[in-house]
Design a protein. Structure first.
Length: 147
């Protein structure tokens, strides 16, 4: 009975998996950078709302209306958590994956509620949050090397 030779690295049979893994890993790195940047921007957005309420549009009647100072604190706290989690992703912390999914989901919901205050920014951030959730949910860690 003849032994089948293993496919050498770089053969057409192994290349798609290697490319996909590299692409997803790159997606996770990109998600980490996006989270770090989005967190810093959310902190600045929160500071602007806390310091000066006239930065954002005034709303009439709105179901999810909240004092802008309250929104400022929400953005500030969430921004710090998102930035720390983004940094955790970039340095390879395993806890950051699940924390990133949870924080991106919370951010997605809060951006929807914040939509009337900053419509374009909220839609852009919602799209970024969806990408972050996708990148972190599809990432599979490499199996540990066996001895």
């Amino acid at each position: 009975m003849a032994q089948h030779a293993a496919h050498p690295t770089g053969s057409p049979h192994t290349a798609p998996t290697e490319r996909r893994e590299g692409w997803v890993t790159g997606g996770v790195t990109f998600a980490g950078v996006l989270m770090l940047c989005a967190g810093v921007l959310a902190v600045l957005q929160g500071i602007a709302a806390i310091a000066e309420d006239n930065v954002y549009a005034r709303l009439g009647t709105y179901v999810y209306k909240l004092n802008l100072t309250g929104w400022g604190w929400i953005h500030l706290v969430l921004g710090v958590l998102v930035a720390v989690t983004g940094w955790g992703l970039l340095v390879g912390q395993s806890w950051a994956r699940y924390a990133g999914i949870a924080l991106a989901a919370i951010s997605l919901i809060l951006q929807f509620i914040f939509l009337p205050y900053q419509p374009v920014w909220s839609v852009v951030m919602m799209a970024i949050d969806v990408f972050i959730i996708w990148a972190l949910a599809t990432w599979r860690e490499a199996p540990a090397a066996t001895r």
